[in-house]
Design a protein around this ligand. Sequence first.
Ligand code: AP5
Length: 217
Amino acid sequence: MRVVFLGPPGAGKGTQARLLHERFGLAQISTGDILRENLARGTELGKQAEGYMQRGQLVPDDLVIKMIEQELRRVSGGFVMDGFPRTVPQAEALDALLTRRGTPLGAAVLFKIDRPSLVARLSARWTNPRTGRTYNALTNPPKVAGIDDEDGGELIQREDDRSETVEKRLEVYERQTRPLVSYYRKAGKLVEIEAIASMHDVAERIAAALGREHARQ
Ligand code: AP5
């Protein structure tokens, strides 16, 4: 199964990508997590990406596409991408890469959710900066506030979850990423999921929809 997740910031893409990885063993490729890790390590890529990320803008396509090419070299089986592609040139580059490998994309899952729910989710999100695992103070709190259940380390609130940056990220999504909905619809690969439900129910909806897509191929 080769899947990409589409949807605005806070829609639950990272949460569901992790669940799909745990349930089906798919490799999880999260461009946001990879970029944040590069930022933390102070790599050249991290330095180049930092300003864009702080401002809530997209990192330039050429940098992200190169990063994805490297990630895909490590992956031989199925994968779920969360946060990529974000622009039409990124989607075209991914198609070209997968065609060269003879392993076309199976589906693009679109998370449908209203704006007030996104803002509420992001303002209550707590993240483990070491693993990318997220919690939510309202809907999915850790056992001890501010501490990760798994590794016992500190949780943080992402800098780009501040309200003014969230507004910018939502605007960038509408302008640069929303066109991917028609891109994948035209390709016959779009699967739409109502993302306002419990994490468990959203996971079930995705598994059922991907199962149907798989059976059709
Ligand atoms: P990135 O890290 O990809 O951020 P994003 O797409 O804005 O997505 P988020 O991580 O904010 O949200 P999510 O949908 O994963 O939601 P989550 O599961 O955490 O990108 C960050 C930046 O990196 C970008 O702004 C850009 O600068 C750069 N970048 C990354 N990829 C790029 C690319 N391809 N090209 C260029 N630049 C790129 O859930 C949110 C919250 O809701 C959590 O608290 C969670 O616990 C909770 N929650 C989840 N599901 C549910 C549910 N069903 N019910 C209730 N609460 C829920």
